[in-house]
Design a protein around this ligand. Structure first.
Ligand code: AVI
Length: 344
């Protein structure tokens, strides 16, 4: 039997739970299958969405607080500076609006807008959507306490299913959807994934609805690289944490000291690509999937891509996915933009 047939058979077995070496009750099968596929491919990789377990969320919070990592502060400044103008766009023609946030997290930045919109007595509701039940519960409890007048409908679900659930709940009343996809998260998709994602958003909205996305802009390559190659090693710990997660959840024996963190920035493509590189020839056993992964000396695992954009890149994405750019909101140094689009 060929390698690919064997390989896909084992992936299916893992997904069905039979390839899980007795651990099927405790293991997230999709995670196990993705780790298997990524680490047994010719060019090894791990999906960056798995960086965010509890410990990963905590380290990412530390990244956002670091001096080197400018995007979070820049976007916060954008909200502070442009909240008045944003409200004008969101509430144009005096139609009530629904602020739908994908991947809401703790809503720190969004609270700047929510507070302002409440002060201005805008007719709106806030719909944070996140796949994590914990996040939605914590955020809605926190908002009920801090902003009791805010209309909130937190939804724990997949983004698109959540938008569909909303449709039926507004019984004919005209309302403008304003989707927020903040924090440069779009940059973690490949170009084709971004277009697919944006087009999918378009199919779930109506003409005239709005989408505001956070894009990290192309800038001095040294500044970009430093944001991902900080001296204290916080980003390194963020990447190593995924190996530790595999150790814990899939009973593996990665030794993180044997994997060097190495990001590169390609100014032509505008992307940071980050790797963990095996410092020596070694074997790693992943007991839950009954697999021994061989590493050659200096063989890399591709961990994450973080795309940076020019205004042309952003306009191209809008056009390809059926939106028109209404406005780019910038921070004072033009490091970042929240780009507001309207569905044609
Ligand atoms: C979540 N995402 C936008 C971050 C980024 O900038 O790509 C994740 C990150 N990875 C390393 N540092 C931050």
């Amino acid at each position: 039997m060929s390698y690919t047939t064997d390989h896909s058979k084992k992936t299916i077995a893992i997904l069905e739970g039979v390839g899980l070496n007795g651990y099927s009750q405790k293991v997230n099968r999709q995670f196990a299958a993705d780790v298997y596929a990524g680490l047994t491919a010719k060019e090894k990789s791990l999906p960056s969405k798995y960086l965010y377990n509890k410990r990963g969320d905590e380290i990412f919070q530390q990244i956002m607080d670091m001096e080197e990592y400018y995007p979070t502060r820049a976007e916060y400044e954008i909200f502070e500076m442009h909240r008045h103008e944003m409200l004008k766009y969101f509430s144009q023609d005096s139609i009530p609006f629904r602020l739908i946030e994908f991947g809401a997290g703790d809503g720190t930045k969004t609270k700047v807008l929510l507070r302002h919109f409440l002060e201005q007595q805008a007719d709106f509701s806030y719909v944070p959507i996140d796949i994590s039940t914990n996040i939605i519960e914590e955020l809605t409890t926190d908002l009920a306490e801090k902003m009791p007048d805010l209309k909130v409908q937190g939804i724990q679900d997949d983004y698109f299913r959540a938008i569909d659930r909303l449709k039926s709940s507004f019984n004919g009343q005209q309302v403008r959807n304003v989707v927020l996809f903040l924090g440069a998260n779009i940059g973690n998709f490949s170009n084709s994934e971004s277009i697919t994602f944006l087009k999918e958003i378009a199919t779930h909205l109506s003409p005239g609805d709005l989408l505001m996305t956070g894009f990290d802009l192309k800038k001095n390559p040294e500044r970009i690289l430093t944001a991902y190659f900080d001296k204290p090693g916080v980003t390194k710990a963020f990447k190593h944490n995924l190996l530790l997660r595999i150790n814990e959840e899939l009973k593996a024996d990665f030794n993180i000291d044997n994997f060097q963190y190495f990001p590169i920035y390609d100014p032509m493509e505008g992307s940071i690509r980050s790797y963990l590189v095996s410092k020596k020839e070694q074997q790693v056993t992943i007991s839950a999937i009954d697999e021994v992964v061989e590493f050659e000396a200096w063989e890399a695992i591709y961990m994450e891509r973080s795309q940076k954009y020019s205004l042309n890149d952003i306009e191209g994405l809008a056009q390809h996915s059926g939106f028109s750019v209404m406005h780019h909101f910038y921070d004072s140094q033009k490091l970042f933009t929240d780009s507001l689009w309207q569905l044609d």
